[in-house]
Design a protein around this ligand. Structure first.
Ligand code: SAM
Length: 267
C-alpha cells in the first residue's frame, strides 16, 4: 500500500509518473550545485527527488497538510531542504530571496485552477528569479507564447511577454500522470527580461489598458478604450484606432498605457 493518501482533486493533485518526462522537465531548469531552487507543489516528489541532489538548497512550497508533514520529516535529516507549508498565493518569496545572493530557479507542476494567478504572483519577484519552468494546461502555454495576429494571442500573452521571454518547451500527455487529467499539458520556461524593451510607467494601468482592449475582441480600439484614450491620442502613437487589440504588439500596448498614465497625471 502507498504511504500517501489518495490524490486530492480539490488541490489539483495529478502526480507525474513518467521518468523520461520528469527528467526532461528538471533538465529544463538547468540546476547547478550553487543554485537555490524553489519548487511549488512538490506533491509526492516526482520532480523533487531529482532536484534535491542537484541543487545547493531546495525550498518546497506545499499546501497539503499530509504532504507537508512528509517533507518536513525529510528536511529534519537534510540541511539543504526547507519546507514552507503554505498556500503559494499567500507566500512572500522575499523570505527566500533574502537568504541568497544568486537569483532563484523556480519550478512547478501547478494546479491548473490557480495557474494564471500563480504566474502573476511570481511576476512581482521577477528581478530575483533566473527563470521558471512550469507545467500548465497546453492551451494556456499556447496563449502565453503566441504572437500578435494569432487566435490565441490575448491578455495573458501581452501581460507576460512584456516581462518575460517565453518558451513553449514540450507537450505532456495525460498518460504521464496519476490520475490522468482530462486535458493535455505543456512545459513552459519563463525568463525575466533584464533590459525590459517596452517598459511601462504604471503596471496597474498597463493591466487596465490591456484588459479593456481585449474585453471585446471584435471591437475596435476606438470603442474598447473609450474613456481611457481618445482616437486622436491613439493615432498620435501611430496606432490605427480602428484596429483590433489582437493586431497590436506588446510595444503598442506599452505606449497606449504610458499615454493613459500621462493623462491621469495631468488631471
Ligand atoms: N510536483 C508533483 C508532481 O509533479 O507529481 C505534484 C503536482 S500536482 C499537479 C500539484 C501540487 O500542488 C500538489 O502537491 C498540491 O497539493 C499542491 N498545491 C495545490 N494548491 C496549492 C497551493 N495553493 N499552494 C501550494 N501548493 C499547492
Amino acid at each position: 500500500m502507498s504511504k500517501f493518501a489518495a490524490p486530492r482533486k480539490s488541490l489539483g493533485q495529478n502526480f507525474l509518473q513518467d521518468p523520461n518526462i520528469i527528467n526532461k522537465i528538471v533538465e529544463g531548469l538547468g540546476i547547478t550545485k550553487t543554485d537555490t531552487v524553489v519548487e511549488i507543489g512538490p506533491g509526492r516528489g516526482a520532480l523533487t527527488e531529482l532536484i534535491i541532489p542537484q541543487a545547493g538548497h531546495t525550498h518546497l512550497i506545499e499546501f497539503d497538510r499530509d504532504l507537508v508533514q512528509h517533507w518536513q520529516s525529510r528536511a529534519e535529516s537534510n540541511d539543504s531542504l526547507t519546507v514552507h507549508g503554505v498556500d503559494v498565493m499567500k507566500f512572500d518569496l522575499d523570505e527566500i530571496i533574502g537568504t541568497t545572493s544568486k537569483r532563484l530557479k523556480v519550478i512547478g507542476n501547478l494546479p491548473y485552477n490557480i495557474s494564471s494567478p500563480v504566474l502573476f504572483h511570481l511576476m512581482h519577484y521577477a528581478d530575483a528569479i533566473e527563470h521558471q519552468v512550469v507545467m500548465l494546461q497546453k492551451e494556456v502555454v499556447e496563449r502565453m507564447a503566441s504572437g500578435s495576429g494569432s487566435k490565441q494571442y490575448g491578455r495573458l500573452s501581452v501581460m507576460l511577454q512584456q516581462r518575460y521571454q517565453i518558451e513553449n518547451l514540450f507537450k505532456v500527455p495525460p498518460t504521464a500522470f496519476f490520475p490522468p487529467p482530462k486535458v493535455d499539458s505543456a512545459i513552459a520556461r519563463l525568463t525575466p527580461l533584464r533590459d525590459i524593451p517596452h517598459p511601462v510607467t504604471s503596471q496597474t494601468n498597463f493591466e487596465k489598458v490591456v484588459k479593456q482592449a481585449f474585453s471585446m475582441r471584435r471591437k475596435t480600439l476606438r470603442n474598447t478604450l473609450k474613456g481611457l484614450l481618445s482616437s486622436e491620442q491613439i493615432e498620435s502613437l501611430n496606432i490605427d484606432p480602428s484596429a483590433r487589440a489582437e493586431t497590436l504588439e506588446v510595444s503598442d500596448f506599452a505606449a497606449l498605457s504610458n499615454t493613459y498614465t500621462m493623462n491621469e497625471e495631468s488631471t
